[in-house]
Design a protein around this ligand. Structure first.
Ligand code: ADP
Ligand code: MN
Length: 338
């Protein structure tokens, strides 16, 4: 398996990769995130088999494959749980990407949720108003408290961290973004407009809806398709909300990743229909665990995933995560207003 730099992303740190065939995603990570992916899998094995799809957190997470070892130290390699090392090489470009990202780290290998999309729009929304956990030093606690207080993280328990949308209007921003100059907060390039994290940070309780509107409506898709997309995300958010209420976790600084297809031909081909939750499309070749194959024909038209578990843990007996619930409630009420 060979890894190259990731094609598209909404936000986050440098150093993200994908497998050459596009089916796998890889990013620098912390041991805590790997531990969380492992514990979610262990818990899922104990679930009753007839639990409805969407009722368990694992249904909303990208598939977990293991840890990528090239370019990381032996010490880190030894930390990888048994049997979870992915045998992969990095292309020259991928190595540069890894080096540019700085510190040597473990790389987690996940399902690439963009795989099969022709022209995806991507939105990363961070949930919760508390942005630090008990591992943060005093300095980070101060900084994160300030970010929360000054952004919609504090007021709405969610914040747009970044988004990449199809540039269907020659770099023009939506009218209701006021006198915002594109060069201040976004970049039009290669058929996409990418909004950086400072765009999301300057949104207020009142203007957060304009950011979401830009993501869902500033495109050339027919209104009928825009409506299907919004409706499907509303239904998914309702399902995720119920799942959150039933799940005893604390997920600090986790994100919801929204992705939808801009290629109208794919919508037409699939008759504008798609399941709300996609069962994993990956079929494992029995002989060789490294061989994964995805049926592109069935690739989603839109998808919602929970990502970024660097500060996540299970808290059995302690109840659900109120911060996540609040953020999803506020997202829902804005989307329902569209
Ligand atoms: P970070 O710790 O850098 O914030 P994230 O897990 O939040 O890492 O991922 C950063 C970005 O990478 C996201 O905003 C998203 O665009 C992209 N991304 C994350 N997970 C996946 C995935 N499984 N498939 C495709 N893209 C992903
Ligand atoms: Mn992130």
């Amino acid at each position: 398996m060979s890894f190259v730099p990731l094609d598209h992303k909404a936000a986050g740190h440098d150093g993200t990769l994908q497998s050459a065939d596009g089916s796998l995603f890889s990013k620098p990570t912390l041991q805590r995130e790997i531990d969380f992916y492992n514990s979610v899998q262990t818990l899922a094995q104990q679930q009753p088999e007839d639990a409805p799809l969407g009722s368990s957190l694992i249904d909303w997470m990208p598939g977990y494959y293991g840890i990528l070892t090239p370019g990381i130290t032996d010490e880190l390699k030894d930390k990888a749980p048994a049997g979870q090392q992915i045998d992969g090489e990095l292309t020259k470009k991928a190595k540069e990407t890894v080096q540019k990202s700085g510190k040597e780290k473990q790389y987690v290998v996940l399902e690439n949720v963009l795989h099969g999309f022709k022209k995806p729009s991507i939105l990363d929304v961070k949930l919760g108003s508390v942005l630090y956990d008990e591992t943060a030093n005093a300095d980070k606690v101060e900084r994160m408290k300030k970010v929360s207080a000054e952004t919609t993280s504090g007021s709405l328990s969610f914040r747009i961290c970044g988004m990449k949308i199809s540039d269907d209007f020659n770099g023009k921003l939506p009218d209701d973004m006021g006198d915002l100059e594109i060069s201040e907060v976004a970049k039009a390039e290669g058929g996409y407009i990418t909004f950086d994290k400072f765009y999301g940070r300057r949104l207020t309780k009142e203007t957060a809806k304009d950011g979401l509107k830009a993501f869902f409506k500033h495109n050339n898709l027919p209104p009928k398709v825009q409506k299907i997309i919004i409706d499907n995300f509303i239904k998914r958010l309702q399902l995720i909300y119920n799942c959150i209420l039933d799940t005893e976790v604390r997920i600090i600084a986790g994100s919801l990743l929204f992705v939808y297809e801009n290629d109208l031909e794919r919508w037409e081909k699939l008759n504008y229909e798609e399941p709300l939750i996609h069962e994993r499309l990956v079929t494992e070749d029995g002989e060789d665990d490294d061989e994964v194959e995805i049926k592109i024909d069935d690739a989603p038209l839109s998808t919602l995933k929970f990502i970024d578990f660097a500060h996540a843990k299970h808290v059995p007996g302690k109840g659900y995560d109120e911060e996540l619930a609040k953020g999803v409630e506020n997202l829902l009420s804005i989307l329902e207003g569209f």
